[in-house]
Design a protein around this ligand. Structure first.
Ligand code: MEV
Length: 429
């Protein structure tokens, strides 16, 4: 990819941006013809994806720029309706790029299926029996989905948990059997669900208990990815703020989000602005990721910041984000949605592990950008321009009118849709 063609991307018109993508060798000349239309989900496909389909719902797709992840440059498609998310991610990525970029580790990529059993006559004995039959359970699970085994994946391990009866919820004691499954490039919900349902009767017969269900858990604690970055303080200087001061304020903001759940939720929402945008653009399941990530944020018993910003021995600012990210590169809507296919093409057909690294790095960039703005000039200054643009469009501005109304709105005392409408009607008088 020739990156230089992507400089000043935001200043280009839509047509120029598509041309720049061709020049940067991100897409071919042929892809560029009727580009927007080609990325739309056709009704014929949409109709097979859900029930009672009547139309498709559009969300803007933009590019996160300047990302250097594990020594590789990326242009990252992001689908989001929120102004300033992509600008913030690209801006943060530029600073982090100057400091050597993001370094990631994918700790594991194993999905977990659960079978909770009730009415087990002796849970301690039953637990031992399950563990003694782990190999047989794994064999039966793999026999239920031979194609994943043929490709090199499949069930790998069995774990058990005992959850004592709880009077508050009037719940019985549960013996929970977890089966760990390597789903390779797939997120794997279908693979996991097929396997757990297949082994349910066997697990019941081994324990003399009753399985109340068999299902994948979205709390994917065996599918964690970590992205880290390290920035020397001179890169953190802002007008009116020394680099050291910005660093210390970022660390303090993070400490606050580690101890206060009210702040942690907003702090993590900012991270998910970036994470969800790439998860959605890549055709993955945003709800699965959201549910797992927030549970992970509460793993200590209190909901906390997902990132950690600290000071290195030499004074650099260190950032780290670890989240469960069970995304796939095949299956579900990924192989049929034209935008998801385009996203994969732009990212260089990443593996699921690489996609995890990309998404976690976008999340870390997003958090850096948000808290850097919050502890220095405030968030509204940066948001102002984009907010003004949304208001201008809401007021009915079209074509050139959008920029004209936006500029005047930024100078106005009241930045709201009424003012935008007044400015627009003056323009069209
Ligand atoms: C807004 O969508 C996200 C922020 O509120 C995140 C944060 O406060 O860290 C700016």
């Amino acid at each position: 990819m020739k990156k230089t063609f992507l400089s000043k991307f935001y200043q280009k018109t839509l047509t120029e941006r598509v041309k720049a993508l061709v020049s940067a060798e991100v897409i071919s000349e042929e892809d560029a013809i009727d580009f927007n239309h080609k990325l739309q989900l056709p009704n014929e496909i949409a109709n097979h994806m859900i029930e009672n389909q009547i139309a498709t719902y559009g969300v803007p797709l933009g590019l996160g720029l300047n990302f250097l992840i594990d020594n590789k440059d990326y242009v990252i498609p992001m689908a989001t309706e929120e102004p300033s998310v992509i600008a913030a991610a690209s801006f943060a990525a530029k600073t982090i790029n100057h400091a050597g970029g993001f370094t990631t580790t994918v700790q594991n990529r194993t999905m977990i299926g659960q079978i909770p059993l009730k009415d087990v006559p002796n849970v301690d004995d039953a637990e031992k029996v399950i563990l003694a039959h782990a190999e047989q359970i794994i064999e039966r699970a793999n026999a239920a989905h031979p194609s994943i085994v043929k490709r090199g994946g499949g069930a790998t391990a069995i774990e058990t948990r005992i959850i004592e009866a709880n009077d508050t919820y009037n719940s019985p004691t549960f013996l929970v059997v977890h089966i760990h499954i390597d789903t390779l490039e797939a997120m794997g919900a279908n693979i996991v669900n097929t396997m757990v349902e297949a082994i349910k009767p066997y697990v019941e017969s081994l324990t003399s208990g009753t399985a109340i269900m068999g299902i994948l858990t979205n709390y994917a604690t065996e599918c964690l990815v970590t992205s880290i970055c390290r920035m020397p303080v001179h890169l953190l200087e802002r007008s009116g703020f020394a680099g050291e001061e910005v660093r210390d304020r970022i660390i303090e903001a993070c400490q606050f989000a580690l101890v206060d759940p009210y702040r942690a939720v907003t702090h993590n929402k900012g991270i998910m602005n970036g994470v969800d945008a790439v998860v959605l653009a890549s055709g993955n399941d945003t709800r699965a990721i959201e549910a797992g990530v927030h549970a992970y944020a509460a793993r200590s018993g209190q909901y906390r910041s997902l990132t950690n910003w600290t000071k290195a021995e030499n004074g650099d600012l260190l950032g780290e984000l670890t989240i469960p990210l069970p995304v796939g590169t095949v299956g579900g809507s990924i192989s049929i949605h034209p935008t998801a296919q385009f996203t994969s093409q732009v990212l260089g057909s990443p593996t699921a592990k690489e996609l995890e690294s990309i998404i976690a790095s976008v999340g870390l960039a997003q958090n850096f950008s948000a808290i850097r703005a919050l502890v220095t000039e405030g968030i509204q200054k940066g948001h102002m321009g984009l907010q003004a643009k949304s208001l201008a469009i809401s007021a009915g501005a079209k074509g050139d009118q959008i920029d004209k109304v936006t500029e005047q709105l930024k100078q106005a005392n009241n930045m709201n849709v009424t003012t935008a409408k007044e400015l627009l009607s003056k323009l069209t008088d």
